[in-house]
Design a protein around this ligand. Structure first.
Ligand SMILES: NC(=O)c1ccc[n+]([C@@H]2O[C@H](COP(=O)([O-])OP(=O)(O)OC[C@H]3O[C@@H](n4cnc5c(N)ncnc54)[C@H](O)[C@@H]3O)[C@@H](O)[C@H]2O)c1
Length: 351
């Protein structure tokens, strides 16, 4: 069987993880082209990474190359346009999270995939972690009982990545759309993808970019000295699902909290489950009991990113089902839209 020809749209930070994932499958995939709208960036990327051809826009790349699969790794506002162009050119697409900057765009992407008969998956990398697999296993075997409440947090004390992440026209929003997307999706995934029915949310922008603080945390490749910051710095939300369960979300770029954190907590009628550390909390022999599950039940960004790419390639070759579907992405965007709408109006949004 000949190798799948892959192309990358958006030669920035996360594209390296996609490239790494494809290179791990070098007997099945060859990355033959890349493109980026920033002058000279695709050329530098191609030369440094041994990619044969480069372009300064995706239309030319899609027209000139016979690509089978495409990674969309642009900033958020370009996801829909680039993914739809690739799908219409007959490619299967993996698009980074968030799927788009709103649910209407996400739905248009799903429609384009359905019309073209091509696969569209999303960069919900947390679905590929050992923690996600272990949690789903425990839940399916009913160790938690009915899960009626969950908490998803992704709080940074000082963690605005810079670059375009604070520019709403390119990001679509702040920590909710950038970080919250991961933990909300992960919670839905382990709970069996319940549908959202109502959302109450609030957003704040009391601290802003906090770019006066010297930090050695992760920063965007496109970091600039005086970044635009017109997004929220904190978002909180309560999401009700169709199975009656309630999910509480807290996510920040900047917050006066002692320590940043990222965790999922599930509360069931038989037991609760935390992801960090990976522990069950319940009862045993009329005593309260905390059970630490042994083994590697963690998330490993690099390993799990490779798994995400492998799942995409396996699905394209008909060897696996997609772990994250376009429908999952649309549902998630509906939730994020609803949080922002609720934050604007102060009302609960019914979906
Ligand atoms: N899965 C994860 O954990 C994870 C981690 C980081 C970033 N991301 C996501 O990956 C995407 C990219 O983030 P990043 O940190 O790599 O950003 P980045 O700024 O480093 O790279 C984005 C690149 O896209 C290019 N670009 C923008 N519009 C384009 C278009 N229409 N055509 C071609 N190129 C275009 C930009 O010039 C830039 O080089 C974002 O959607 C982000 O949310 C996901």
């Amino acid at each position: 069987m000949s190798k799948l020809k892959a192309g990358i749209i958006g030669a920035g930070g996360i594209s390296h993880s996609h490239l790494h994932g494809y290179r791990e499958l070098s007997d099945r995939v060859e990355v033959v082209a890349c493109c980026d709208i920033e002058q000279g960036k695709a050329q530098r990327y191609a030369e440094r990474n041994g990619v044969a051809r480069y372009y300064d826009n995706c239309r030319d790349m899609l027209a000139n190359e016979k690509l089978d699969i495409v990674s969309v790794t642009t900033w958020n506002s370009a996801h829909a346009e680039c993914a739809i162009a690739a799908l219409e050119a007959g490619c299967h697409v993996i698009c980074e999270k968030p799927m788009a900057i709103n649910a209407a765009e996400a739905q248009a992407m799903k429609d384009a995939a359905d019309k073209a008969g091509r696969l569209l998956t999303l960069g919900f990398v947390r679905r590929h972690g050992n923690d996600a697999a272990a949690a789903r296993d425990l839940i399916q075997k009913d160790y938690l009982g009915e899960i009626y409440y969950a908490k998803a947090t992704y709080l940074r004390r000082c963690g605005f990545p810079g670059g375009w992440f604070g520019d709403k026209s390119r990001s679509g929003g702040g920590p909710l759309i950038d970080l919250g997307v991961h933990v909300i999706d992960l919670t839905r995934y382990v709970m069996g993808n319940p549908k959202p029915v109502s959302v109450f949310g609030a957003t704040f922008d009391k601290i802003g970019a906090r770019d006066n603080i010297k930090t050695d945390g992760w920063v965007s490749e496109t970091k600039v000295d005086k970044p635009i910051f017109n997004v929220e710095d904190l978002a909180v939300a309560m999401i009700r699902f169709d199975n009656g369960a309630l999910l509480s979300v807290e996510t920040s770029f900047n917050l006066n909290v002692k320590k940043g954190s990222g965790d999922i907590e599930l509360f069931g009628s038989k037991a609760g489950l935390t992801f960090t550390p990976f522990e069950l909390h319940g009862e045993l022999n009329d005593r309260l009991a905390d059970i630490a599950i042994s083994g590697d039940n963690g998330f490993d960004f690099s390993r799990d990113f490779d798994r995400e790419i492998k799942n995409f390639v396996d699905a394209v070759e008909g060897k696996a089902e997609l772990v994250a579907t376009a429908e999952d992405g649309v549902e998630l965007m509906k939730i994020l839209d609803a949080v922002y709408r609720s934050a604007e109006t102060g009302e609960t949004v019914f979906l």
